[in-house]
Design a protein around this ligand. Sequence first.
Ligand SMILES: Nc1ncnc2c1ncn2[C@@H]1O[C@H](COP(=O)(O)OP(=O)(O)OP(=O)(O)O)[C@@H](O)[C@H]1O
Length: 257
Amino acid sequence: MLKIEHLTKIFGKGTINEMTALNDVNFHGSAGDFITIIGSNGAGKSTLMNCIAGVFPAESGTITLDGIDITKMPEHKRAKYIGRVFQDPMKGTAFDMTIEENLSIAYNKIRKRGLQAGISKADRELFQEKLSLLGMGLEDRMKEKVRLLSGGQRQALTLFMAVIAKPKLLLLDEHTAALDPSAARKVLEQTDYFAKDEKLCTMMITHNMKAALEHGNRTILMQGGQIKMDIRGREREEMTVEKLIEKFEIDNDRMLL
Ligand SMILES: Nc1ncnc2c1ncn2[C@@H]1O[C@H](COP(=O)(O)OP(=O)(O)OP(=O)(O)O)[C@@H](O)[C@H]1O
């Protein structure tokens, strides 16, 4: 599904601020994989996601998604294949538009229809049915402006918008970090639910090592722009936060136990 080969990203090349944020990264994610990504500040986690999403080009290396070489594909074209949710609940939605208008924009991403095409009865019923799965009562508030929603509700909606267009890859960059513990738990439960789609590969950055081990089927640890560890299967089942810290000498400044 996702194949990354020899990916290197250097910021400020040739200047005194030169920084190798990704150093020859190799990675393979399969459909159905839910990979959690941990690592201390500046390890290269967000840069990896930004390179995959096409926010900036890499110096060298290739990125292939479902057999398509997307290395040089512009960001807006990749967006068709990639869903993304950020830490800031304000970021993923148009807050002055209604819930159903936001959903329609996200859904039309795959249908090449603009908002002016209107929201059909069938679409509305589909949104309503799917929203009810979030268990937040949003299905009864579809004509309300998104700005009226709480951070947790908005993040749940953003997550939902990211998956409604059936992406191949879902990139979650600390998407629950700004939420209160109960909203974070709820959005993580919803993430588990959506990540079960066997055609989807999910990658989630988190500073919460407990969550990193409790969610998904693989955990990768990044350090100094490289993937230092890729744990899965039996090794992951037996892994604990304490063992992780000990084994990989993790500096757990921002990582919560
Ligand atoms: N746009 C940019 N311009 C210059 N340097 C950058 C840029 N983005 C990231 N960097 C640098 O690249 C390195 C990796 O940053 P990145 O944001 O990927 O780390 P991270 O693992 O996501 O860290 P954090 O957990 O703090 O978010 C850091 O040294 C950072 O300062």
